[in-house]
Design a protein around this ligand. Structure first.
Ligand SMILES: Cc1ncc(COP(=O)(O)O)c(C=O)c1O
Length: 368
């Protein structure tokens, strides 16, 4: 297929990214962190796209990139020397792959168990490398992470006894606080969560151990956590593309990407059906929002179909394009192979979403 020249040439469903809006989001976030002392470590998992990460790093204020998986870390290795995998690394071959990356890069992982820590240490010793470690704390999201305080100190002491791993600090992601609509409540609870994180860092330091990194934050809390004294890095990701969920908060970022669909059916005056179902946009945060068509709403998503309720008198016809604002960036992007980078109606470029899916399995296929 030849590269599409305009929006009309793009086969649907497809993701389009407005390059100017994306750049404004990148610059706004970089400007916030320019004065420090806290810095930005953009989360790659939001977009999984090397071209976007390149632009984030070029804007400055970044200490490196955050990743969620070993595959993502392998994908960004050519872009930055400083990689945080803000996640527990457990499972066949994963610590070995992290050790391999650490031969040439400054790699840090999150740990919350002795088993995970010892596996990383063993792989690093075997490879003759050192991997950085952040103790992962549960600051209220109740996913991974140890309780702040003495449990974290005990694991930090364990790190200090092992070879191949080096204690760098603590992390705690306040994911449960990102969507809180009321700003005052979001601020209050985020400060509480970050206070527990910083207090644990000081507890570890008080024990004579290093704890230079205190990492947390996301798109909904970057400007709160990012100004808490003692927090050194923010892991925000979604801000760069945005979604309808974050769009309903008081954030200074623009919707920079859309799901483009084509109307395939116009069964009655109040309804049209487009070819962009939930194989092309997740609905875990609700249905996508219709942009650019006053009064139109997504009524339902099926595998290949988005059924859209239309305002009276709508003249939309079979073959017309619709633009949907996805409700949740990360898992929606993960469904696609490329972004069509656009300026107005013009397609400027096609950006591979290189880390989408599970790249390690693609590597197996290519060896068969
Ligand atoms: C550990 C961690 N850090 C940071 C983020 C980034 O959050 P956001 O996309 O809300 O900016 C996430 C998102 O889920 C996360 O899981």
């Amino acid at each position: 297929m030849r590269q599409p020249q305009t929006l009309l040439d793009i086969p649907t469903p497809a993701l389009i990214v407005d390059v100017a809006a994306l750049e404004r989001n990148i610059q706004r976030m970089a400007a916030f962190f320019a004065s420090g002392p806290c810095r930005l470590r953009p989360h790659f998992k939001a977009h999984k796209t090397p071209e976007i990460a390149r632009r984030q790093l070029a804007a400055g204020s970044c200490v490196g990139l955050t990743c969620a998986t070993v595959s993502e870390a392998e994908m960004v290795a050519g872009l930055t020397d400083d990689i945080l995998i803000a996640n527990e690394i457990v499972g066949p071959g994963k610590c070995e792959r992290v050790a391999k990356l650490a031969e040439r890069h400054n790699v840090t992982i999150a740990v919350d168990s002795v088993a995970g820590l010892e596996a990383m240490s063993a792989a690093a010793i075997k490879d003759g490398v050192t991997v950085g470690v952040l103790i992962d704390l549960n600051v209220g999201q109740t996913r991974c992470g140890l309780t702040p305080g003495l449990d974290a100190l005990a694991l930090a002491r364990r790190v200090a006894l092992l070879q191949g791993v080096r204690l760098r600090g603590v992390m705690g992601y306040e994911g449960h606080l990102q969507p809180i609509r009321e700003r005052a409540e979001r601020e209050r609870r985020t400060r509480e969560a970050m206070a527990a994180l910083v207090a644990t860092a000081r507890l570890i330091e008080g024990d004579g151990l290093p704890c230079d990194v205190v990492s947390g934050g996301g798109t909904g809390t970057y400007d709160i956590s990012g100004r808490v004294p003692g927090v050194t890095e923010i892991q925000a990701g979604s801000y760069v593309l945005m979604d309808s969920d974050y769009g309903s908060l008081d954030l200074p970022f623009e919707q920079a990407f859309h799901l483009l669909g084509t109307v395939v059916s116009r069964p009655d005056p109040g309804r049209c059906v487009a070819d962009c179902g939930h194989k092309s946009a997740t609905k875990d945060h609700g249905n996508p929002v219709v942009d650019g068509m006053e009064g139109a709403t997504v009524l339902s998503l099926n595998d290949e179909h988005a059924t859209i309720g239309l305002p009276a008198g709508s003249r939309i016809a079979v073959g017309d394009r619709v633009r949907l604002r996805p409700s949740h960036t990360d898992p929606t992007v993960n469904l696609h192979d490329v972004f069509y980078a656009i300026e107005g109606e013009r397609v400027l470029d096609v950006w591979p979403i290189a880390a989408r899916g599970y790249p390690e399995h693609r590597a197996v296929i290519s060896r068969l």
